[in-house]
Design a protein around this ligand. Structure first.
Ligand code: PEP
Length: 250
């Protein structure tokens, strides 16, 4: 059985004082931890702070993006090697907010996943359909296209990635996919990964999109939902810890 992964995505939130309180509160509740892997993906300027706070603890450190390039004239970008120097274990790639506001294409997301893997960082590859795409019956086509780009470029080490199914209409909206809706898409993604390599049976497929303390257990109970990518609720330690607890209980 796969160890569930609960990853918090702080997005562009935080501050030195607030981060300190949040991480300490999460760590306080994780001491009795066993079962779930837990990570927080923090804004780049806070990597050093959170690395110090989490050193030697069960809380893993993640980034919210990574450059597709190794180094050079790419102002504002942060390379995978740089992230690695701060103990980063996971990097979100292809979050819908990056695709939407920064025009990230499937091909670029695949390059970012490759850069992360080359540095020993696990990319959390986000895929998901918009409301219009769901209503047009295109959910499967869209998520398969997004994942196919990553498989195509990273086929040889695709079993090293984590996938996050994040329906765009559920992110930050309070509108969660039903467990049935989420499981159906996760099963499609699982089949696609398995068609690429039998090793892909061990790939974790997380659900993300308004997962919270109240709905986590039901979602995490589904066979192909191996954890969660948590936005808003990851900023509330009690809620985040409840989600972690729900993953452990699964
Ligand atoms: C996210 O940012 O990846 C996310 C799932 O956000 P939220 O939980 O707030 O919907």
């Amino acid at each position: 059985m796969k160890t569930p992964l609960i990853a918090g995505n702080w997005k562009m939130n935080g501050g030195v004082e607030a981060n300190d309180a949040l991480v300490r509160a999460v760590l306080g509740g994780l001491q009795a931890s066993g079962g779930a892997e837990v990570a927080v993906c923090v804004p780049a300027p806070y990597l050093a702070q959170v690395q110090t706070l989490t050193a030697g603890t069960p809380l893993a450190l993640g980034a919210q993006d990574v450059s597709a390039h190794d180094k050079g004239a790419y102002t504002g970008e942060v390379s995978a090697a740089m992230l690695r120097e701060f103990g980063v274990r996971y990097a979100i790639v292809g979050h819908s907010e990056r695709r939407q506001y920064h025009g990230e294409s499937d091909a670029l997301v695949a390059e970012k996943a490759r850069a992360a893997l080359a540095a020993g960082i696990t990319p959390i590859v986000c895929v998901g359909e918009t409301l219009a795409e769901r209503e047009a019956g295109r959910t499967e086509e869209v998520v398969k296209r997004q994942l196919a780009a990553v498989i195509h470029l990273n086929g040889h080490c695709i079993s090293e990635i984590v996938v996050a199914y994040e329906p765009v209409w559920a992110i930050g909206t309070g509108q969660t996919a039903t467990p049935e809706q989420a499981q159906a898409v996760h099963a499609v993604l699982r089949a696609q990964l398995l068609a690429a390599t039998a090793q892909a049976a061990r790939v974790k497929i997380l659900y993300g999109g308004s997962m919270n303390a109240a709905n986590a257990a039901e979602l995490l109970a589904r066979p192909d939902i191996d954890g969660g990518l948590i936005g808003g609720a990851s900023l509330k330690p009690a809620d985040f810890l409840t989600i972690v607890g729900a993953a452990r209980a699964d």
